[in-house]
Ligand binder design. Structure first.
Ligand SMILES: [Mn+2]
Length: 396
């Protein structure tokens, strides 16, 4: 018999679905949280005396050192073990004959556990490929690696939304049956309608959270901090894009005592940020439990701070990246004016005086005043008044 221990997110459950398609009733699938796996593996070794007769596969998760030794002993004594994963924190499992960890394909695309397991089963002729199966695996891969965002592959995002709307069991059963019985992988009309409603709900949620985000420096990084129980990926992505001056977004779930870290930037590795608090993950998405230190830094210390002020929107005149100038203000009432002297020559004035060297582009100048002064883009009326009173006067 096959035994699959896998993660309880879309990528992990994707592995379960593929295993069900490949092995049918001959596989037992267990879904685990990151924290829960080691205990389950320990229990398995305690309770099952004939593990040698089984084929044990672990996907999308890795095990601690004690379980690593258990697995290695099992394989060495004639059992069958595979650990198939795509997290770079699991690369050391490749030192073992049963480890299959790969982060990236040769062409630069990122791997997912689902795509790695699928390819493993294809290679060993344990599964038959089909168009619907190929499509499903690719949707999961694009979602898990976040490549869907760049490719604007909404279907991949919808698949994950659907995953969260139903139970794991229902999702597994429905998707397995659909892949087996269809030429292409598609949502049905009812799911389509549900997904539209969900999309609107997420939009409203993100908009609300934009008004609650707090900015602070933690260590060397400028972080945006927000409390939220759901939609962490959407929040991380939307808030990250809306506030490009922030190095990363920390999303706090106090009830679950967890923090998620997300970044859209290449200069930040949030798996290292989470690692400082005993967590881990990917460069662009990671998480940790909220221990005492993390609680103090991310909750207690920032509690007295006000949320970031929103940039004015629907302005006709005072817009970002405008060569004629964009006007910002901070809480103290300082005025910041960014304008272009040439195409790669942006000047930043604070209260009428140039500060620092010219910037190569608008974004660098905006990053500076947002990180240091938490300034926001002001409404048109203030902008027009400013131009009348200061700008025209001083330039004359
Ligand atoms: Mn994964």
């Amino acid at each position: 018999m096959y035994r699959l221990y896998t993660h309880n997110d879309l990528d992990g459950v994707g592995c379960g679905i593929i295993a069900k398609i490949a092995f049918g009733k001959d596989v037992e699938v267990r879904y685990n949280s990151v924290m829960g796996l080691d205990h389950q593996i320990e229990k398995l070794f305690e309770n099952e005396k004939n593990l040698k007769d089984d084929f044990l596969i672990i996907t999308d998760l890795s095990v601690n050192d004690e379980n690593l030794i258990r697995l290695d002993d099992l394989e060495k004594s004639g059992g069958k073990v595979r650990l198939i994963d795509h997290h770079k924190t699991a690369l050391h499992f490749n030192d073992y004959s049963w480890g299959r960890v790969k982060v990236q394909y040769d062409d630069g695309r990122l791997t997912a556990a689902t795509s790695l397991l699928y390819e493993y089963l294809l290679e060993h002729k344990l599964i038959k490929s089909s168009l619907a199966l190929d499509e499903f695996v690719e949707l999961v891969r694009q979602y898990d690696t976040w490549e869907w965002d760049q490719n604007e592959n909404i279907k991949a995002k919808n698949l994950n939304d659907l995953f969260f709307m139903v139970s794991i069991e229902e999702f597994e059963e429905k998707m397995t049956e659909r892949i087996i019985n269809s030429d292409h992988f598609e949502f049905d009309d009812f799911e389509q309608k549900l997904l539209e409603m969900e999309e609107e709900k997420i939009e409203r949620y993100v908009r609300r959270k934009k008004r609650e985000i707090v900015q602070t420096f933690i260590g060397e990084f400028c972080a945006g901090i927000v409390h939220a129980e759901s939609y962490h990926s959407e929040l991380g992505n939307e808030l990250g894009k809306d506030f490009p001056h922030l190095d990363y977004i920390a999303i706090l779930n106090l009830g679950g005592k967890k923090i998620s870290f997300r970044t859209i930037h290449d200069h930040v590795d949030v798996s290292a940020v989470a690692g400082k608090f005993g967590g881990g993950g990917h460069a662009k998405a990671s998480g940790c439990s909220m221990g005492k230190d993390a609680y103090k830094l991310f909750v207690q210390d920032i509690f007295p701070l006000d949320p970031m002020r929103q940039d004015a929107f629907r302005n006709k005149y005072n817009n970002k990246s405008s060569m004629q100038g964009s006007l910002y203000e901070n809480k103290k009432g300082d005025k910041f004016f960014i304008f272009a002297a040439g195409e790669n020559d942006w000047i930043l004035e604070m209260n009428g005086k140039p500060i620092r060297e010219p910037y190569q582009n608008f974004q660098q100048a905006e990053n500076f005043i947002k990180r240091k002064y938490q300034a926001w883009l002001v409404h048109d009326d203030i902008y027009v008044e400013f131009l009348k009173r200061f700008y025209i006067k001083t330039k004359n």
